[in-house]
Design a protein around this ligand. Structure first.
Ligand code: ARG
Length: 470
């Protein structure tokens, strides 16, 4: 809190106030420290409103020109860093309006005709969130491009696939990476859906009830790139579901990033050694010279908590609010800004890690066969070649696993003679299905892990998500 004396009554609503706010009141009420990030949208919204007021002859062309020039100048001042954001003007809207009055005098006071801060802030914020959605979508597309490139490169690289984090069946690394491409594709779809619903313009809802001035809401909506004006003025000023949807889509996406981050942490461990992160995305230890810590992955994993928290904070802030505007809604901005900033950083870090990582194919290959991961393949062979029911085949494979385990070897190390003690009809062909290469290349079902399918899937993903080769 500052030590400056409490300000005099507001120049904006000072009409019925004799004194300024208590310092504590200012501290709890002020939003300029964070809502200054809305400056460009605020000026854009004001300029669209001003153009409409002139076109509707609510404002004279002369005043309109003065206002437009003043707003241009304010934008330039903010860009130049010379604009002074004042806490006693509370928020971005009043900071801009007060500066406009300094610059052009009384005409500044006409800009707020047929408008309220309630529809102004709802409009500004929708514009900002729309930009954030577009930015995040572009970043996620970049992450998909990195994943698809590495997947195509490793379409035939064999690794163990896991369930319960226990080696289950061999898969290809490309297949594994493409799973994340699908998840991120749905994240982008959620953002696109949210954008469609967001893209209606609250401006002209005024305080809550609309206005008696002959405004043209369709014109301002068009001017600001919205599809249409919000149909109901009460709804226009009082819902923040667009911000919630952005954060909900972000939170789900962050959970996807966190799972991939967790896998990087596992894969880069000495015990796994499947992946080596580049020096650029690794840190050392101040005491243990051998360490290469996957800090960026760990932080992507941890920052997911923030985004989930941001969504929760606004959900809780909104849940008890009667229509229409309540000041509680001023609390919408910080969570959204934090979620957007966090997502930007997390996606960039993940993209960098994926792009630069070294894939230790020999380690993956060796691990792929450990843990009897081709046991299902021999069971499948028995079903196909011997015509026995799968449950019975499962039993044969189980006994083979037990034998290999007792001998301390892999399934593929058993001799045919040894195998025939368990099932006399087994042949050399049956032994051949026990290699991990055979295992993955046999899984050619649509969406399966076979290298041919992965190559096709990478090409399809390029077309679907990156718009290439259409
Ligand atoms: N700073 C406010 C906000 O972010 C602007 C709207 C204020 N409206 C009001 N009636 N006090 O919500």
């Amino acid at each position: 809190m500052s030590d400056t004396p409490a300000p005099a009554a507001s120049t904006i609503w000072g009409g019925r106030f004799a004194a300024g706010p208590d310092r504590i009141m200012e501290a709890i009420n002020v939003s300029i420290d964070f809502d200054k990030r809305l400056y460009a949208q605020d000026i854009q919204g004001s300029q669209a409103h001003c153009r409409m007021l002139v076109a509707q002859k609510i404002l004279s062309a002369e005043d309109g020109a003065l206002i437009q020039g003043g707003l241009d100048r304010i934008l330039a001042e903010i860009h130049a860093g010379s604009f002074v954001f004042r806490r006693d003007f509370e928020d971005i809207h009043m900071n801009v309006e007060a500066r406009l009055a300094d610059l052009i005098g009384d005409a500044a006071g006409r800009l707020h005709t047929a408008r309220s801060r309630n529809d102004q802030v709802a409009t500004d914020f929708r514009l900002w969130v729309r930009g954030a959605i577009d930015g995040l979508d572009g970043a996620l597309k970049g992450l998909q491009a990195a994943l698809i490139a590495r997947a195509a490169e490793h379409a035939a690289t064999v690794m163990p696939g896991f369930t319960h984090l226990q080696a289950a069946q061999p898969v290809t690394f490309g297949h594994h990476l493409l799973a994340y491409v699908e998840m991120i594709g749905r994240d982008r779809g959620r953002l696109t859906d949210a954008r469609g619903r967001l893209n209606e313009c609250p401006l002209g809802s005024a305080a809550l009830a609309g206005t008696s001035f002959p405004i043209d809401r369709h014109a301002t909506a068009r001017d600001l790139g919205f599809d249409r004006p919000c149909a109901n003025s009460l709804d226009g000023v009082s819902d923040r579901d667009f911000a919630l949807e952005f954060m909900a889509a972000s939170a789900i996406c962050a959970v996807h990033l966190s799972r991939l981050a967790e896998e990087l942490v596992i894969w880069t461990s000495a015990q796994f050694g499947f992946v080596r992160l580049s020096d650029a995305f690794t840190t050392g230890s101040s005491i243990m010279p051998q360490k290469r810590n996957p800090d960026a992955a760990e932080l992507v994993r941890a920052k997911t908590g923030r985004v989930i928290g941001d969504l929760t904070a606004l959900l809780v802030a909104m849940k008890g609010l009667p229509l229409a505007y309540s000041k509680d809604m001023q609390e919408d901005k910080e969570p959204v800004f934090e979620a957007a900033d966090t997502m930007e950083l997390a996606v960039a870090a993940m993209t960098g890690m994926i792009r630069d990582m070294t894939v230790e194919t020999a380690r993956m290959r060796a691990a792929a066969g450990a843990g009897f991961t081709t046991a299902t393949d021999i069971a499948d062979w028995c079903v196909r070649a011997l015509g026995i029911p799968f449950r019975q085949a499962h039993h044969v494979a189980g006994r083979l696993v037990k034998l290999a385990e007792d001998k301390g070897c892999g399934l593929e190390d058993l001799s045919l003679a040894e195998m025939r003690v368990i099932e006399p009809r087994l042949t050399d062909e049956a032994r051949a299905v026990l290699t991990v290469e055979h295992s993955v290349s046999s899984r050619t079902s649509f969406g399966g892990t076979a290298p041919v399918r992965v190559e096709e899937a990478a090409a399809a993903a390029r077309q679907r998500w990156l718009g290439e080769g259409c």
